[in-house]
Design a protein around this ligand. Structure first.
Ligand code: KG4
Ligand code: ZN
Length: 352
């Protein structure tokens, strides 16, 4: 079975073909970084226009690299949210139109859920697992019990972690996209030079807050006299974020142990999971807190940031369970993960 996945919720136009045997036949990504660079961040109107211009080429390439025609595809999965509404409408409408024309099922994919399940495309990870979902728009810790069944343990109260990388890079004058730039600067700077706060880390819960850290970087930047000072500040920020993420993973693992929730793995996914400093720190934390009884997984770097393969893969998971959607499914710029978990819990309470 072959599923075509189409992604257009932020600044990447992407399409991929994935089979139910986890073969990634193609994975084409057109990045809009150059379009957004002059503005040091994603401009929604620019993004929507660029998706519209590139989507047909990207999908054609995905089919060509897979050596398939549209007639060979069993279903078409498209991101329907959450994300920038202009881009989401472009991708979702394109996916629905192809499904209509080829008379194959359409699968409406939640972009965050696709990040959350992306690890299952490349690794053997069984439900339930603990997940830190860290992207440009989201930062939450949850237990993934199943498809569409997410128990949220904590989330950010303000900025997402990816957003804080982007804002800190911008305020230090290093540009966009912030995550990979700051990660590189970590190796060029002294991460011990600045002592930065770790908001919410005196609290034993799984919530995050990054705006105070960002303000602390802003204040410290006013005392920077040289480029090297700024690199040291970027490096200190990177180190502090890794410490915060590790602390919160520790809290979440402790919660699972205390509540006797048996998890099969600990995972980080989303764009920030591409960060090797954070990956290393989380693995060490997971190994030490669980005494190496819980394996730590992270998708390959190219499947952490936005891509079509994760959309196609969630399409595979849903298609196997006959979870397809009607063509009048409306794009949802806001689409929380926890909706179904709450319904499941209410239904259980009624039964008991
Ligand atoms: O998942 P993603 O591609 O898009 C959203 O769904 O938001 O995540 C994009 C975010 C951006 O904020 C970007 O700066 C961050 O992921 N990011 C990174 C790295 N690569 C991308 N953050 C830290 N380190 C990286 N290497
Ligand atoms: Zn994403």
């Amino acid at each position: 079975m072959y599923i075509l996945g189409i992604e257009s919720s932020c600044d990447e136009t992407a399409a991929a073909i994935v089979s139910d045997r986890k073969e990634i036949l193609s994975n084409v990504i057109y990045s809009q970084i150059e379009e957004h660079k002059p503005y040091s961040g994603v401009v929604p109107e620019v993004a929507a226009r660029a998706h519209l211009e590139k989507i047909d080429v990207v999908v054609k390439k995905a089919l060509a690299y897979a050596n398939l025609s549209l007639g060979d595809v069993n279903a078409i999965a498209g991101t329907c949210g959450p994300g920038l509404i202009g881009g989401v409408i472009v991708g979702a409408t394109f996916a629905k139109s192809l499904a209509f024309a080829k008379k194959v099922p359409f699968i409406a994919v939640n972009h965050i859920e696709a990040h959350a399940l992306s690890v299952r495309l490349t690794e053997e990870v069984e439900f339930p697992y603990l997940l830190i979902l860290a992207s440009g728009g989201h930062c939450q810790i949850c237990i993934v019990h199943d498809i569409d069944n997410f128990q949220i343990l904590g989330r950010t109260l303000d900025d997402s972690v990816g957003e804080s990388f982007d804002k800190v890079s911008k305020l230090l004058g290093f540009g966009y996209p912030g995550g990979p730039i700051i990660e590189k600067l970590y190796h060029e700077g002294d991460s011990e030079k600045f002592s930065l706060p770790r908001p919410m880390c005196s609290k034993g819960n799984c919530d995050f807050s990054f705006s105070g850290l960002k303000t602390a970087v802003l204040n410290a930047s006013k005392k920077c006299n040289s480029l090297q000072d700024k690199k040291d500040l970027a490096a200190s920020f990177q180190k502090t974020v890794a410490e915060i993420m590790s602390f919160k993973m520790q809290q979440a693992l402790n919660f699972c142990f205390d509540q006797k929730i048996k998890i099969n793995a600990a995972v980080i996914s989303g764009g920030v999971a591409a960060n090797l400093v954070i990956r290393r720190s989380l693995k060490e934390t997971c190994d030490s807190v669980s005494r190496s009884t819980i394996p730590f997984f992270v998708p390959p770097v190219k499947f952490c940031t936005d891509n079509g393969a994760m959309i196609a893969w969630l399409g595979v998971e849903k298609f196997k369970r006959n979870q397809v959607n009607s063509l009048d499914f409306h794009p949802r710029p806001r689409w929380p993960l926890s909706e179904n978990f709450q319904k499941i819990m209410r239904a259980r309470e009624k039964v008991q």
